[in-house]
Design a protein around this ligand. Structure first.
Ligand SMILES: [Zn+2]
Length: 372
């Protein structure tokens, strides 16, 4: 009996081992087949995914994929149309409009099901017919949690007035109590340029970009009569040459042997004839004489205040009247041949307290364009 049990145990062990061996073999073989199949399937899936894709432009709004389009022009047109629609929706002011959102077109391969056209993209971006519903979705129907916003930038110019000053000059060339506005004051213009930013038609930022003076103010000049001696000429100011010509005769005796005395200087043209040429005021002043005066012919006298005056003789025409305010360089008469002359020239005289003096030291010779 013991021998039978022993033999039975041995046989059982052999069977179990054999079964285990078979089991192991089957498992091993099965596993191998499975692995090979998986690789094949994967390869098929890859090629089918590639077949499912095509090249195009992916449209991303704030990093969310919306759809793909065949060409970038179609995608851009949709964005442009949407932007224009938003301008109407928000009643945005004139300016440069764009979407505030980060809109990107990314070239690449996309699933064929991700493709749409311009109108399709517009619908995905919330445009339904002529209405804009603001609900964005991707082409698979997923809601996109962002809202398209309209950014508008514009410029605005604002002109600010710049005050002018009034400079008052006291002069005895005018009677006490008399006041004359010699130069009208005029405000200057400061032009400010602002950069404006609107989001959805609402102003969100206004930044001063620059300010430029486009017109300087013109200071007013007023002369007031003074009872004290008060010159219209600045300290150290001298007369400018009233005619850009050549001095033909200086102040002093005409000849060494007496004869007549020349009480001014004569100026003629550098070249040719000076007849009819303009005579300019030697300094600011008030016209106190404009008439005929025997040997001087037609004469103009300008009072510069503080007893100093200038005279312009032998004129063919006077351009001013007594009481006129004249400024340095302003034409006051035309050169002529009136009075005692031998030819056309300007006789220029300077008077201090009514007495004719040598004009030479009163003239700013740097304005003289001839040899002295
Ligand atoms: Zn003369």
């Amino acid at each position: 009996m013991e021998a039978f049990i022993k033999a039975y145990r041995q046989r059982l062990t052999a069977v179990v081992l054999a079964l285990l061996a078979v089991l192991c073999f089957v498992t091993a073989c099965g596993g191998g087949e499975k692995a090979e199949l998986s690789e094949e399937q994967s390869a098929v899936a890859d090629s089918s995914a590639k077949e499912q894709q095509k090249a195009g432009y992916g449209v991303y709004v704030d990093d969310a994929f919306v759809a793909a389009l065949d060409n970038i022009e179609g995608a851009k047109k949709a964005i442009d149309d949407i932007t224009a629609a938003l301008v109407d929706v928000y009643g945005a002011p004139d300016g440069l409009h764009s979407l505030k959102n980060d809109v990107r077109f990314v070239k690449g391969d996309y699933d064929k099901t991700a493709f749409t056209n311009t109108d399709g993209l517009k619908e995905l971006l919330g445009e339904v017919g002529s209405v804009y519903n603001f609900k964005l979705a991707d082409i698979y129907g997923n809601a996109i949690s962002t809202k398209l916003e309209l950014l508008t930038t514009a410029s605005e110019y604002l002109d600010q007035g710049i005050e002018y000053k009034t400079n008052t000059t006291k002069t005895d060339a005018l009677a006490v109590g008399e006041s004359v506005t010699v130069i009208e004051g005029k405000e200057g213009i400061l032009r400010e340029a602002y950069g404006l930013t609107y989001v959805n038609g609402m102003l969100t930022e206004k930044v001063l970009q620059n300010a430029v003076i486009v017109a300087e103010p013109v200071d007013a000049v007023v002369w007031e009569g003074s009872e004290n001696s008060a010159s219209l000429m600045a300290v150290d100011e001298k007369f400018t040459i009233p005619y850009d010509g050549r001095v033909s005769s200086w102040y002093g005796p005409r000849s060494l042997f007496g004869g007549n005395f020349h009480n001014g200087i004569d100026i003629i043209a550098h070249v040719g004839n000076c007849y009819g040429h303009e005579i300019n005021a030697a300094a600011d002043g008030v016209v106190v004489f404009s008439d005929w005066h025997s040997g001087y012919g037609l004469k103009v006298v300008i009072d510069h205040g503080d007893g100093l005056s200038t005279l312009y003789a032998h004129c063919s025409k006077s351009l001013v009247s007594v009481g006129d305010i004249v400024l340095k360089g302003q034409p006051v008469a035309l050169i002529g041949t009136t009075g005692r002359v031998t030819g056309p020239h300007l006789h220029f005289g300077v008077m201090q307290d009514g007495v004719e003096v040598n004009p030479e030291p009163y003239i700013d010779w740097s304005t003289y364009n001839g040899s002295k």
